[in-house]
Write a protein that binds this ligand. Structure first.
Ligand code: FAD
Ligand code: SF4
Length: 498
C-alpha cells in the first residue's frame, strides 16, 4: 500500500491530527455524507447541522484534495468514489463491522489506528487485562505518568496529590450567573446557510425526523474555530473551571464548562495537545492547580476511560439492566417538551437540550440521569436518547456514561454506587429550588419534590438489589427508619406529573 491510497474520513475524524499527519499528508481525502446515517434516528436538529457543517467546511478547506460524496449509504458513496481507501478506526461497533466487511470486499485497504484518543486500544487492553476491578482513578494516574502530565520528574503528582476533587465541589455563588466571560461563539457562514437549506428540504420531504429546535450554531465546526474556542476557554474560564464544576445555576447554561466536547468528538482537536495546553496555563500562573487538574482529569481521565470501556466491555454491555428498569421514555421527554414539567431543575435541563442540544455534566448526571434512574427508564432507550438529543452524543460515549455511571445498569462496573440523589443535593448545588413549585424538604403531599420522594421510592424498589453494596448501607438504613415509607412509595407509583 502506498501513501497515495485515499483516506476516507468519517464525520468524527475531521481534524489535522487525522488528515495532516506526515503519513496522511499526501493522500486524497474522501468524505461521505450518508443520508441513511442522518435519517436513521431522531437526531437533534442542531446536531445534524453541526456534523454536516463540519464535513462541508473541511471539504472546502482541503479544496482539490478532498472529494465530498453525497450518497444514500456509505457503501453507495464508496462505490461511487470507485477506488479503495484507507480509514482510521471508527467510533462504533456498527462502523467497525462495516469497515471489516469492506476490508473483506477489498473496498478498504487498511484500518489505521485512531489519533482521536490519547491511548491506543491495544495499550488499554494490556493495562486492563488481569485487573480485578477497573477503576478510573487508577487508569487516570497511569495516564498522567505515561504521558508526563502534571507529574514531577520523580513520577509524583505536581502539588503532592493526584486528586483535587475535594476543592472542586463548591456550591454556586448567590448570583444569577457565575460571572465568567462568555464562551466562544462561532459565526455562521455560507456553508451553514447551505446546510440549513438542505436540512429544511429533507424535513419538508419527510426524509429526516429531528427533535429540538433549530438555532444559530453554537459549537465549533472547523479546526480554526475549535482552536479559538479552546484558547478562549483556557484564557478566560479555565481558572474558574474547578471550584464550581458541580454547581448549577438556572440563569447560566455554560457555567465555567469548556463546551469542547462537540469539537473534540468531531475529531477537530487533538486531546493530548488540549491537555498539554491546559498544563501550560498552570506553569504560566494563569490557572490554579485545582482547576487545571480538574480539567485534565476530564479529558486525560474520563474521556479516555469512557472510550476504552466502550471497546473493552464490548457490544453486550449495552444490554445490561441490573436494576431491571423497564419504564418507556415518556413522550414529553423524547420530544424535549419542558412545558409538561413543573420541576424547575428538570424543566431547565430539558429546555437546554431542546434549545441547544446541550446540558452541562452535572445537569446530565444529577438532574436528567438521576430522574431517569428514579423513574426506572429502560437504560437502552435512554442511551439512544442521549446519543441522539445531544450535540456531542456518539455511540462510544454513551454506554459507560449512561448504562454505567448514570443508571447503574451494569451493577457497578463503571461506578461504585448509583448516582441517585434527592432534592437536598440539587438544592445544595443549585439555585433551582428557590423558585420551584415543589419543596426539596417535602416528600408527601402536593408540594412533595419529585426528586426527594422519587429517591426514596427508587431506594425502596431496589433495596434488595443494592443490599450487597457497602456504600449503600447508610441510605438503606435511612430508608428503614422512614416513618412514611409506604405512603411515599404509593404516592410516587401514581405520580403522573413532575
Ligand atoms: C448521562 C451522561 C451523558 C453524557 N453524554 C455525553 C455525550 O453524549 N458526549 C460527551 O462527549 N460527553 C457526554 N457526557 C460527559 C460530559 O457530561 C460531557 O462531556 C460534558 O458535559 C460536555 O460539556 P463540556 O465540553 O462543556 O465539558 P466540561 O465539563 O468542560 O469537560 C471538559 C471535557 O471533558 C470531557 N469529558 C468529561 N467527562 C466526560 C465523560 N464522562 N465522558 C466523555 N467525555 C468527558 C469532554 O470532552 C469535555 O469536553 C455525558 C455524561 C453523562 C453523565
Ligand atoms: S424542589 Fe425538587 S423539583 Fe424543584 S428544583 Fe428543587 S429538586 Fe428540582
Amino acid at each position: 500500500m502506498g501513501d497515495e491510497t485515499p483516506l476516507w474520513l468519517f464525520g468524527d475524524q475531521l481534524g489535522r491530527h487525522f488528515h495532516a499527519t506526515p503519513e496522511n499528508r499526501g493522500r486524497e481525502v474522501l468524505l461521505i455524507e450518508s443520508e441513511a446515517a442522518l435519517a436513521r434516528r431522531p437526531f437533534h436538529r442542531q446536531k445534524l447541522h453541526l456534523v454536516l457543517s463540519a464535513m462541508r467546511h473541511l471539504a472546502g478547506e482541503l479544496g482539490d484534495r478532498a472529494t465530498l460524496v453525497r450518497a444514500r449509504t456509505y457503501r453507495e458513496g464508496l462505490a461511487r468514489f470507485g477506488r479503495p481507501v484507507v480509514v482510521h478506526e471508527p467510533g462504533s461497533h456498527a462502523a467497525e463491522r462495516l469497515v471489516a466487511g469492506l476490508i473483506e470486499e477489498g473496498r478498504v485497504e487498511a484500518e489505521l489506528p485512531t489519533p482521536g484518543f490519547i491511548r491506543s486500544r491495544r495499550d488499554f487492553a494490556a493495562w486492563a487485562d488481569g485487573r480485578g476491578r477497573l477503576v478510573m482513578e487508577d487508569f487516570y494516574r497511569d495516564q498522567r505518568r505515561r504521558f508526563a502530565i502534571l507529574v514531577e520528574p520523580d513520577g509524583d503528582p505536581v502539588g503532592g496529590t493526584w486528586n483535587l476533587d475535594r476543592d472542586n465541589r463548591e456550591p454556586p455563588p448567590h448570583r444569577a450567573a457565575l460571572g465568567v466571560p462568555r464562551a466562544y461563539r462561532p459565526r455562521e457562514d455560507e456553508v451553514d446557510r447551505g446546510v440549513r437549506d438542505d436540512l429544511d428540504r429533507l424535513l419538508r420531504a419527510g426524509r429526516i425526523r429531528p427533535v429540538g429546535v433549530d438555532g444559530p450554531r453554537l459549537f465549533a465546526a472547523t479546526h480554526d474555530e475549535a482552536r479559538r474556542a479552546l484558547r478562549r476557554f483556557l484564557t478566560t474560564r479555565l481558572a474558574s473551571f474547578g471550584p464550581h464544576q458541580d454547581a448549577m445555576l438556572a440563569g447560566d447554561w455554560t457555567m465555567s464548562h469548556a463546551l469542547l466536547s462537540a469539537p473534540l468528538n468531531l475529531g477537530l482537536l487533538d486531546p493530548l495537545a488540549v491537555v498539554r495546553e491546559a498544563e501550560a496555563r498552570l506553569r504560566s500562573g494563569e490557572a490554579p492547580l485545582n482547576s487545571v487538574e480538574g480539567f485534565v482529569r476530564q479529558i486525560l481521565g474520563w474521556r479516555e476511560w469512557i472510550w476504552h470501556l466502550y471497546w473493552y466491555l464490548g457490544p453486550s454491555y449495552l444490554g445490561r439492566n441490573a436494576l431491571d428498569a423497564r419504564t418507556p421514555l415518556p413522550d414529553w421527554w423524547r420530544r424535549l417538551d419542558p412545558s409538561r414539567v413543573s420541576a424547575r431543575c428538570l424543566r431547565t435541563a430539558l429546555a437546554g437540550v431542546r434549545d441547544r442540544a446541550y446540558a452541562h455534566h452535572i445537569q446530565r448526571l444529577m438532574v436528567l440521569g438521576n430522574f431517569a434512574l428514579q423513574r426506572g427508564f429502560a437504560p437502552r432507550a435512554l442511551t439512544e436518547w442521549f446519543a441522539t438529543a445531544f450535540v456531542d452524543g456518539h455511540p462510544w460515549v454513551m454506554p459507560a456514561n449512561v448504562i454505567g455511571m448514570s443508571q447503574y445498569a451494569d451493577g457497578g462496573v463503571a461506578a461504585t454506587k448509583p448516582y441517585a440523589a434527592g432534592g437536598a443535593y440539587i438544592n445544595a448545588m443549585s439555585d433551582y429550588c428557590r423558585d420551584c413549585r415543589y419543596d426539596p424538604r417535602i416528600r408527601l403531599g402536593p408540594d412533595a419534590c419529585p426528586f426527594t420522594a422519587g429517591y426514596w421510592a427508587w431506594l425502596d424498589r431496589n433495596a434488595t438489589r443494592l443490599a450487597g453494596n457497602r456504600r449503600m448501607s447508610r441510605p438503606l438504613s435511612g430508608l428503614r427508619r422512614l416513618a412514611d415509607r409506604e405512603a411515599v412509595v404509593e404516592q410516587e407509583e401514581h405520580r403522573r406529573r413532575y
